[in-house]
Design a protein around this ligand. Structure first.
Ligand code: CTP
Length: 474
């Protein structure tokens, strides 16, 4: 197969020219070739040459001019040119273990064939020649094109060999299956089940990259089911596996919270590409196993799972090497609040309850509602419809209240400083108490969040506490 016409980017001509000048046999290889054949967009291009990738990269950089940034990773024998948005990666063909992230890479020069042997999957081991004699010709020693047609993830060598080289590839197999909606070849899958324990030698930082790619795929439940059935999930994310299973007592059973969670994740993925909103779906019921109780009258309960789940979030994020700042707090907030909109519907929707939810959710209130909608996984269409209509009602009410009271980004109009000056107080508990009471009064709708009303309320509160006004601020 010749793909000359598909190598549109002028960079291919440039690299081919330089390769000729340097006398280096050179190919485009890996993900770029795969995506080209799949007609998927891909920015980054990997080049492999028989010889020094670093020498080739330096010469290409010179030829491209414009002094493009070049990074050389001597230990790995690779070099990268940043060409605008695009990353051009150059590597010399190698034998033996391939692991660009391992601390002590064993690099031994090899032929193109050696290099293709050491790659992860047949569909990633495709190369296109940039050499004068056969420019554009596809080199496909493992029938990768056939596997692309059959939508199959398969290791080029025996799975044990390929996975021993780099156990992260077990995660990558599932990640590609999930991203591309491919099957995993039976032997390859068996290899994962057999070798799953080896994943423990891979750093959490590398694992989370693949897991996040699974989460960002169109139907993440597919990847999670593969992770679950192969046994990998239990090793990398045991808390999620604990959700699986159904208990029954006196003919009363609860739903399987693992499959429910995956359904919520798929549902939310239809409505958002935000990684951490998807993470909130994964985490929303994480504390159900820990809070599960059976009560003869009401059956199974999971009281407090939202608070406990929020408390579990930092520990899980830390272990998985997910960020611990704003993104974690966002997930934590959504987990903690995920039952509130439903609770609102069950009781009468009062202004005060809506104000409290708006205050607590702030600018994340829309995302919270997206999560709540995704959380409706009943098979009873009637029920689903009723819930969704109720959520519409809640949202209408939220808009009304927000317009009236501007609670979402609530900032108290009376500051601690004002309280201290008014009653001549030193910093202390009383000030916090008055501030809290003012906030409660606003949320309860006793006063508006305006200076006049809040000020008068503060004076009244102070008097009740036996304080004397020493300075008037009006
Ligand atoms: N590769 C490998 N084993 C790994 C990682 C990468 O064999 N553990 C090889 C594969 O041939 C892969 C290429 O290196 O195609 C580039 O890797 P990477 O950039 O991680 O993946 P892509 O295939 O480019 O896919 P994506 O861009 O979706 O990550």
């Amino acid at each position: 197969m010749n793909l000359k016409d598909q190598l549109q980017d002028s960079v291919f001509q440039t690299v081919a020219q330089v390769a000729k000048e340097q006398g280096l046999e050179t190919y485009v290889v890996g993900g770029y070739v795969r995506d080209l054949l799949l007609k998927r967009e891909s920015k980054d291009i990997d080049f492999v040459c028989v010889g020094s990738g670093i020498t080739l990269a330096k010469a290409v950089q010179k030829k491209l001019g414009r002094n493009l940034p070049l990074s050389v990773f001597k230990n790995f024998g690779t070099a990268m040119i940043k060409n605008g948005e695009q990353e051009l990666e150059f590597v010399g063909a190698r034998k033996e273990s391939y692991d660009r992230n391992s601390r002590k890479p064993v690099v031994e020069d090899g032929t193109l064939e050696d290099d293709q042997n050491r790659r992860d999957f047949t569909i990633n081991a495709l190369a296109i020649s940039l050499n004068e004699a056969d420019y554009g010709e596809l080199v496909d020693p493992f029938d990768g094109v056939q596997d692309l047609k059959e939508k199959l993830i398969k290791t080029p060598l025996a799975p044990e060999t390929t996975f021993s080289d780099d156990p992260l590839r077990m995660m990558r197999a599932i990640r590609f299956a999930s991203q591309l909606n491919f099957d995993i070849d039976a032997d390859t899958y068996e290899g994962i089940s057999k070798m799953k324990d080896r994943i423990s030698i891979v750093s959490a930082e590398r694992i989370i990259v693949e897991l996040n790619k699974i989460i960002l795929s169109k139907k993440p439940s597919y990847g999670f089911k593969l992770l679950f059935h192969s046994g990998l999930l239990k090793i990398i994310f045991p808390e999620l596996v604990k959700l699986q299973g159904v208990d029954s007592i006196d003919d009363k059973s609860h739903k399987d919270n693992f499959y429910h969670t995956l359904q919520v994740l798929d549902n939310i993925s239809e409505n958002t590409d935000k990684l951490y909103l998807r993470w909130a779906a994964i985490m929303h019921d994480i504390a159900k196993p820990a809070t599960k109780r059976f009560n003869k009258k009401v059956g199974w309960t999971f009281h407090g799972h939202e608070d406990k789940g929020a408390r579990m979030t930092p520990k899980i994020f830390r272990r998985l090497k997910l960020p611990l700042g704003e993104s974690m707090r966002y997930v934590q907030k959504l987990v903690r609040l995920h039952l509130r909109p439903i609770a609102l519907v069950k009781d009468e929707i009062t202004d005060s309850a809506v104000r409290r939810l708006l205050f607590e959710a702030g600018d994340d209130v829309e995302d919270l509602m997206t999560l709540c909608r995704a959380d409706i996984t009943s098979k009873n269409n009637h029920k689903v419809k009723r819930f969704l209509q109720n959520f519409n009602k809640v949202e209408r009410k939220m808009r009304e209240v927000e317009e009236k009271d501007k609670i979402r980004n609530f900032q108290p109009v009376i500051t601690g400083q004002m309280i201290m000056e008014t009653f001549d107080l030193k910093p202390g508990r009383t000030i916090g108490d008055i501030k809290e009471a003012l906030k409660e009064a606003v949320l309860d709708g006793v006063i508006k969040n305006e200076f006049e009303e809040a000020y008068n309320y503060m004076i009244e509160m102070g008097r009740e506490k036996g304080l004397t006004v020493v300075k008037t601020l009006k």
